[in-house]
Design a protein around this ligand. Sequence first.
Ligand SMILES: [Fe+2]
Ligand SMILES: [Fe+2]
Length: 314
Amino acid sequence: MTTSETLQADALQGGFDETIAREQRVEPRDWMPDGYRKSLIRQIAQHAHSEIIGMQPEGNWLTRAPSLRRKAILMAKVQDEAGHGLYLYSAAETLGADRADLTVKLIEGKQKYSSIFNYPTLTYADVGTIGWLVDGAAICNQVPLCRSSFGPYARAMIRVCKEESFHQRQGYELLATMMRGTDEQRAMVQESVNRWWWPALMMFGPPDDESPNTEQSMKWGIKRHTNDELRQRFVDMSIPQAEALGVTFPDPDLEWNDERQSHDFGEPDWSEFMQVIKGNGASNVERIANRRAAHFGGAWVREAAMAFAARNAS
Ligand SMILES: [Fe+2]
Ligand SMILES: [Fe+2]
């Protein structure tokens, strides 16, 4: 680099640092460090993939919903998740990523999605538990992202979070209805909560001292709280809801800590988490196989749309 190039690079970096320090938004047209761009693409792509793959566990119950009302609610929820995915792919595209390329990376296993969606949905109570706990954990993760330093991501999160709140409430309402039902229904809810509690806690990622990207992401204002802070917030938020519902969480170490004004809780099984991340969860293979089938099965729609757009442009 010549001296004038060095000066220019310093000025660009200085401008970016100032935007972050003032808590202003970085917009797509602004200069940004390569690492910031790459980190955001990775995070937004992973988030988008999670929304799209996340349609499958609940979509599994669409044909077997117990009433037309439940079916309509579930269909709307699953469609919302598709919308979140598309919204997020668009946010990634403002950073120069290509959506088709991101999809290829997903189906080739080169980019990740949330480990929670590699668990199977075994009963209809799982639809309620996912809404309550999984969308609930997603809200804890995503509300602070409404203040993310990257403008398009932050703005996308505002709408996404509003819809996630509906998802959580429909899940809670479903479980509350089942808890007012028969003993068998109550047992079904408790069994479902037992299976989803620990995977929901794992959604916040590994403990802070084992989370490689957290520190830099916080400096850049991409992330606002650490994994452990968000996990604690989720536990504290969920306990009174479980009490109101009449269910318990499968953790003998769960208790109120007066000193910390928070709940103590046990350690999730991180070896299970690592196994699921590596592709060895119960449903990893099925999820990707379904996504591949949908992608290749839908190729003709993309080709037709492109041909139509090309004809209109000429
Ligand atoms: Fe979503
Ligand atoms: Fe959701």
